[in-house]
Write a protein that binds this ligand. Sequence first.
Ligand code: ZN
Length: 456
Amino acid sequence: MAQAFIADRVVTPQGARRTALLLEDGYAGEHGRLIRAICEVGDLPADAEVIDFGPRALLPGLVDSHVHINQPGRTEWEGFATATRAAAAGGYTTLVDMPLNCLPETTTVAALEAKRESAAGQSLVDWAAWGGAVAGNQADLLPLARAGVAGFKCFLIYPGCDGFSMIDREQLELALPFIAESGLPLLVHAELAGPIDAATESLRHADWRKYATYLASRPDEAELEAIRLMIRLCRQFGFRLHIVHLATAQALHELQAARADGLPITVETCPHYLHFAAEDIADGATLLKCAPPIRSLVNREALWQGLRDGVVELVATDHSPCPPSMKRLHEGRFDLAWGGIASLSIALPIVWTGAVQRGFTLQDVVRWMSFAPAALAGLSDRAGSLEAGREATFVVVDPEADFVVTPKCLHYRHAVSAYMGETLRGVVEATYLRGEPVYQAGAFVVSPRGREHRLR
Ligand SMILES: [Zn+2]
């Protein structure tokens, strides 16, 4: 029998209005249920079985192109079962996993196969893998591309964890011809050590419980110099450059100018840079440590303007949890705490809360959190928008409802959050994967049906 979903605000590339998603009858093999048509409610077949979500909004499943799942090897930090559960509760239907903090790091095909093996049967939503570009693994890059990674990630500075080596200019120049040949994007953690080492040297006797000390230790210049280096290399080698977690708004102008020159550059920022401001961060509040750091209130507003201008086209979580003890909450020292902010299950409400205050629409949020990250990961043909012929993968949201962040909302491995106790707008009521709910009214599907998106 025909099945259809109706809501007052179905967000498609054409707009947000009351319309119906009519599903194909039966299952299309591994694709599950496909969308046959997006049509007027009055045009549905008379015998269609209809679920009407009324005043709710129906968005394409969100895509998070920046998640640290940490499995295999550090599943006690986060794993496929817990991360994808949090994702489903947060409206995400695809996660793209970062190649570090897991063991082995995803820098060889063998490591990618180990990840696939450990993920089997664990994932509530779909996932894909980024490969790592590290010192000395240039010969692994094209094999990783052929094995199906979505692109490559590199660090221009120590990544906070041994095992995934940073990459200097010389190593980059060896890797970039292969990356350009692959056609896949290179995602760059854009901070250079020079300005950070110089700043940290002068802070040796400072009070590291103060957020101001940490912020001063990672100045805007560290991001700016790294971004300038990458723009020069992008011009020289012609690869797709993606700047992850942009924190400094000072780089927006140069990024915009480089793009105006036709360079293939994309930029992401994260919910925490759009939500918090350095002025409000209490001393000792190490849950808010991340790198690059959360900067000033003026900077935060400039990042929102970057989204408005389209210089920043996507918002990804950089969900990077650790065991709570590594946040050193008792000592509150920013130099000793693990850097990383987890937000997978509440990222949509965090961003939507700020977006509403600044006059943005659900379509904007869908562009930042579904369409653009899908495009970055090469998944535009199967994720990022609701269209006929696509899988019926979507999220049901009450955009007007508020809720308070409690441990019960989080669902990832350790219920610790920098957002605890905050009131946020936008409640994810259900998440559908290929026509079936994987999360609904606080409950999860019993048997995981997520699968890996392989690009090749
Ligand atoms: Zn990250």
